[in-house]
Design a protein around this ligand. Structure first.
Ligand code: GUN
Length: 285
């Protein structure tokens, strides 16, 4: 399988977004302005802090103004809601992101619902999920945006192709299903990580997307020749490194494409975030 270079695809997306941000800056004063992203980060989870740093770096590169509100894990949920609402109310902030997961005891759904849907850059707000499922989104959810660009980079024809999606949550799986079906694909979704053997499910799939959080849940060698295998997994190891959900053994000998972990879905998703911030800026003005 050919390695799908997420770093390269992400760099191309950022270059495009950077040009768009520069073009917005040349519009008459008072229109658009510099796109701004506000991030709410709760607690000390090292992975979450790393992701937010990567988002900050990508924003800096393309010219998006980035702000973060850090909230201690022991804070009250009301403090998180207040931070979200403060960004909702700011005219110079186009996009709001709450880094997930939140610490135990906080209600993620309540926090997501507090976001202004017009600033919900991830596309997680229930109104935005409804809009997306109805085919009328403000923006494509970040993760879906990123995955579509990864698949597009392979050049495989999508109409009539079969996709197998493995995911933990419907908030991820449903928008993805809708987006792939809108491109003419037949989509099979498996929720949870409970399949004893994923081989029969992946055997007939042209595109396999796995996001369950279990190392080696899908084996590259079980995939069909020519398949596109997209690994969304991030499984942290005791040494501080991480692996995806795919066992790549045998991939070299097979035609097709595979996203590496790290260096595949992650960088592309972060780049897709910057694209969505600019899209929200445009939609608001
Ligand atoms: N944590 C892991 N993935 C994501 C994501 O896509 N968005 C947010 N807000 N938090 C995450």
């Amino acid at each position: 399988m050919t390695i799908l270079d997420g770093k390269k695809i992400a760099a191309d997306i950022r270059a495009r977004v950077k040009a768009e941000v520069a073009a917005l800056g040349r519009l008459p004063a008072g229109r658009h302005g510099t796109p701004g992203l506000g991030v709410v980060l709760v607690g000390t989870d090292p992975a979450s802090h790393t992701y937010v740093r990567l988002k900050e770096k990508a924003c800096a590169e393309v010219g998006i103004r980035f702000e973060r509100t850090l909230i201690p894990a022991a804070a009250a949920q009301d403090d998180v809601l207040a931070a979200v609402r403060a960004y909702n109310d700011r005219a110079d902030i186009d996009a709001v992101l709450v880094q997930l997961p939140l610490p135990d005891g906080m209600d993620e759904n309540a926090v997501i619902a507090a976001m202004d849907p017009a600033k919900d850059v991830d596309g997680f707000h229930p109104d935005n999920l409804k809009r997306f499922l109805a085919g009328e989104p403000i923006v494509t959810p970040v993760i879906v945006n990123g995955l579509l660009q990864l698949i597009a980079a392979t050049g495989i024809p999508l109409p009539g192709a079969r996709a197998a999606v493995f995911a933990n949550s419907t908030i991820f799986a449903e928008p993805l299903r809708v987006a792939l079906e809108a491109r003419g694909m037949h989509v099979t979704t498996s929720l949870g990580k409970n399949l004893a053997d994923t081989a029969p499910t992946v055997a007939g799939a042209d595109v396999v997307i796995v996001a369950v959080g279990k190392p080696a849940y899908v084996r590259a060698k079980d995939c069909k020749d020519g398949a596109v295998l997209i690994d969304v997994g991030t499984n942290w190891l005791p040494d501080g490194s991480y692996v995806g959900d795919v066992d790549a053994e045998g991939a070299e000998a097979k035609p097709g494409w595979l996203t590496p972990v790290p260096g595949g879905v992650g960088p592309v998703t972060v780049a897709a975030l910057t694209e969505n911030v600019v899209a929200l800026n445009r939609a608001r003005h």
